[in-house]
Design a protein around this ligand. Structure first.
Ligand SMILES: [Zn+2]
Length: 213
């Protein structure tokens, strides 16, 4: 999939408007021109690109690698700017930067300096209402499990995740993601009273994927 940097995201359906970054291909090539990304910016990008969402069954091959052994990626990173913007980049963005001289747009790099510590806003409200509403789009609910953790300091996130464990279908499909989200909260000292023993196996599995203190 190839999209122009900063264009409206349209790869998959998503409950929030987002902008595309790093969806590179042959038509537009390495957008912005081949350059070396500054080390500090690379660190910012790596730190902000920790958890994949929208992991699907198919993979995408890098169109700049030798065709005999292309790098393959799956899933996307989402970055929530304090100013209300959301950017979506393919998992392969780190490969494009590291191996093919891709430099993401300056506006996006600037926003990475503001991704942590988000105030509760309409995006959080929307994701929360999706997660706890069984009539909402099922895929949206699975992605909300992942992205709500961006507001981990707010107690509503822990409450919604615990509530979601009562939904058997959600646990069947995304129990590991619920566990990862709970694990991230716990690694930040949130959710200390959670009874881990009583959690469904899939949730425990995800929880174990996250390093806890
Ligand atoms: Zn490549």
């Amino acid at each position: 999939m190839e999209y122009l940097d900063l264009s409206l995201y349209e790869y998959r359906k998503f409950p929030l408007p987002m902008r595309s970054v790093g969806w590179l291909g042959r038509q537009f090539g390495v957008q912005g021109g081949v350059r070396n990304l500054a080390t500090a910016d690379m660190q910012l990008l790596v730190e902000a690109s920790q958890r994949l969402g929208s992991v699907t069954l198919g993979t995408h091959e890098c169109e700049f690698c030798p065709t005999s052994s292309p790098f393959e990626g799956n899933g996307e990173y989402r970055y929530y700017d304090r100013n209300g913007d959301v950017y979506a980049a393919p998992m392969m963005i780190l490969h494009y930067v590291g191996q093919h001289g891709y430099c993401p747009p300056a506006e996006f790099l600037e926003s990475l300096r503001r991704v942590d510590r988000l105030d509760w806003d309409w995006r959080a409200e929307r994701l929360l209402s999706i997660l706890v509403d069984e009539s909402e789009d099922f895929d949206f609910r699975c992605e909300a499990i992942i992205d709500l953790v961006k507001w981990r300091e707010d107690s509503r996130v822990l409450e919604a995740l615990i509530y979601s464990i009562q939904d058997e279908e959600l646990v069947d499909v995304a129990g590991d993601e619920i566990g990862r989200s709970l694990g991230i909260l716990m690694s930040h000292g949130i959710g200390g009273n959670l009874r881990v023993d009583s959690l469904p196996e899939m949730v425990k599995f995800g929880l174990d994927q996250v390093a806890r203190p």
